[in-house]
Design a protein around this ligand. Structure first.
Ligand code: I3P
Length: 109
């Protein structure tokens, strides 16, 4: 699955709150491949190698949990992703349908 997702980092590894200065929203081109959600700067092209920065932003979603971010109301169509290493991301999809689709696909892994 591919698509545009805008990310906010809410908690870092071990569940510590992401400090101010690193809590902003950032737009990515997301690619879900196997057990990894790649958050890429540019649109996915099958022939391109994954850049170093893109690898750094990749999220392992094995044992991760995606839910609708019901406690976050500043933006619409936001899902909450909790990873197995206790990071928490808010991910905003372009539509309700896309948000539901990402939740479904992430939880299938
Ligand atoms: C954050 C940025 C986020 C904001 C967050 C700020 O600042 O303005 O947009 O979240 O508020 O800390 P920075 O880019 O310096 O990290 P919202 O858009 O959800 O308000 P927060 O600390 O209350 O999460």
């Amino acid at each position: 699955k591919h698509g545009v997702l805008t990310r906010k980092s809410h908690a870092d590894m071990d569940g510590k709150r992401t400090p101010r200065g690193r809590r902003g929203w950032k737009k990515f081109y997301a690619v879900l491949k196997g057990m990894i959600l790649y958050l890429q700067k540019d649109e996915y092209k099958p022939d391109n190698d994954i850049s170093e920065v893109d690898l750094k932003n990749a999220v392992r979603i094995h044992h991760a949990l995606a839910t609708r971010a019901t406690d976050y109301s500043k933006r619409a169509n936001v899902l909450k992703l909790k990873t197995s290493d206790w990071r928490v991301f808010l991910l905003q999809a372009p539509s309700e349908e896309e948000m539901m689709s990402w939740i479904f696909r992430i939880n299938l892994v």
